[in-house]
Design a protein around this ligand. Structure first.
Ligand code: GLU
Ligand code: ZN
Length: 494
């Protein structure tokens, strides 16, 4: 039950629609979502699109599409609405103008007429003198005459929030109690000279109006928190908010070379993981481990288990390291966890589209269903399916010259000729019998199975690595297998 003292959890995910979604953003969305679902709270999805120059509709569509793909559903927001609609800040401009005016009327904000060169000059002077270099409060208490004079000059003004003169303290859910002293948090702009409200205003105003109880976001935003706490207190005084939300700052994610993973790093792009065929559950599982852990000895779990266990209080303040290998290994485990039908369906995007030559009639559903269980136990990402099964659907195997050169060493023609004869005579109803045939061919030429099967594999599939060979041959069938060995022999003879 919501009440003024213990409101039920309301969290928000509030990205700006600029560029492609990245894994840091998804981690933030996930932690908010998992906390909402764990507590039976409400997930609010808000779009912070107040920067017309950087925001795009395309990015907005991508954000929604990404959230849907990941299965991170929201209770209020785009496409659903809710009691605090609209959820796009570009549609809430009147609200911000009204709140800015109220803040100003109550003395919590003031017009600042300082020009950029003036600010720069004073900042440099303060630095040189070893004083704090933030805004110096020049326009805090201008006399009416001075204001008139600035106006007469035609000076533009921004609106600045007046920070209280005492320290700001709050208890971060991840890092404990934090205190910021006034000299480190100077008065800050909330409305531009052209009247456009800034993030510093719209973000806490919406958090207040949307009754957000917990602000969970990246550590990079920690420096804005004391300002937001102060602004919240002003909003409470104005009757626009009833409590300061609790903050929790999620640890940095480090990439290659122990540098902060940047949204511009290619491995940070969510689309990359989608295109490579990560399962949403696999990716969410991995991303949840960036700052949190499921248990001491288990790091593979379902989304349902994640929800059951997730608590923001268990998030670790230490930087987390993004480890692609581990992400792939966890994804592989999730591929194994699917039932084989679901696996076969999940592979669909990578089964036909990649090769124009896979005409609908070339796609053999029965062959696919037969090979799918073998693939399911071996793939790390779904996009790998293409190279593993294309030999079943192409008229000829892919021509990979490097594989050919590697496998066709020694006397490949002699070996292939024997293998062909043994395979022709073999019982094709069992992969084991095909293995015996190739084993026998190898023995005839003094080769172990591994060396004997390499030319057969390349002749039939085009590649040196792939799914278990004898099952592959069985599924491809006798006729096609022999034709491909003949083609390889012709190529060797040419
Ligand atoms: N729109 C802001 C961002 O994407 C939200 C920051 C916040 O969560 O407060 O950085
Ligand atoms: Zn000023």
């Amino acid at each position: 039950m919501a009440s003024a003292t213990s409101p039920s959890v309301r969290v928000r995910f509030c990205p700006s629609p600029t560029g492609n979604p990245h894994v840091g953003l998804v981690r933030t969305a996930l932690f908010n979502w998992a906390f909402a679902r764990h507590t039976g709270g409400t997930m609010v999805f808000r779009i912070e699109d107040t920067d017309a120059a950087r925001d795009s509709e395309e990015s907005y569509d991508q954000l929604l599409d990404s959230m849907r793909w990941l299965g991170l559903d929201w209770d209020e927001g785009p496409g659903i609405g809710g009691p605090h609609a609209p959820y796009r800040q570009s549609e809430r401009m009147d609200i911000y103008a009204d709140v800015a005016k109220k803040l100003q009327d109550a003395g919590h904000a003031y017009d600042c007429y300082c020009s950029a060169p003036e600010l720069d000059e004073r900042r440099a002077a303060a630095r040189a003198a070893g004083r704090p270099s933030g805004y110096d409060g020049h326009c805090r208490d201008l006399g009416a005459g001075q204001v008139e004079a600035y106006k007469a000059e035609g000076r533009p003004s921004i609106v600045r929030f007046r920070m209280p003169d005492e320290p700001i303290t709050f208890t971060d859910l991840v890092r404990g109690e934090l205190t910021f002293t006034p000299e480190n948090v100077p008065d800050f702009g909330i409305v531009r000279a052209n009247g456009a409200p800034l993030y510093t205003l719209v973000n806490p105003v919406d958090d207040a109006l949307m009754e957000i109880t917990h602000v969970l976001r990246g550590e990079d935003l920690l420096s804005s928190t004391p300002r937001q706490v102060a602004l919240y207190k002003a909003l409470i005084e104005l009757g626009l908010a009833s409590y300061v939300p609790v903050f929790g700052h999620l640890p940095y994610v480090m990439g290659e070379g122990n540098k902060k993973l940047s949204k511009r790093d290619p491995e940070a792009s969510l689309n990359l993981y989608r295109e490579r065929g990560f399962l949403p559950e696999g990716l969410l599982n991995y991303l949840s481990l960036l700052g949190w852990s499921f248990s001491a000895d288990e790091d593979v779990f379902t989304v349902a288990q994640l929800i059951e266990k997730f608590d923001i209080a268990d998030v670790n303040a230490n930087p987390a390291r993004f480890d692609l290998k581990k992400a792939e290994a966890i994804n592989a485990d999730h591929i194994r966890m699917l039932d084989v039908k679901a696996f076969a369906e999940a592979c669909a995007p990578w089964l036909r589209a990649p090769f124009a030559s896979w005409a609908p009639e070339a796609f053999d559903q029965a062959a696919w269903e037969a090979i799918a269980p073998h693939a399911q136990t071996r793939l790390q990402v779904l996009s790998d399916i293409t190279a593993n099964v294309d030999f079943l659907f192409l008229d000829e195997p892919v021509h990979d010259e490097a594989s050919w050169a590697k496998a066709m060493k020694g006397e490949p023609a002699a070996l292939l000729t024997t293998a062909r004869a043994k395979l022709e005579a073999a019982d094709w109803s069992s992969a084991e019998a095909l293995k015996e045939a190739v084993l026998a061919a190898g023995e005839a030429h003094g080769l172990k199975l591994g060396k004997a099967q390499a030319p057969v594999r390349v002749a039939v599939t085009g590649r040196t690595v792939g799914l278990p060979l004898f099952e592959s041959l069985e599924i491809l069938g006798k006729e096609k297998t022999l034709v491909r060995i003949d083609a390889a022999l012709a190529k060797l003879a040419a």
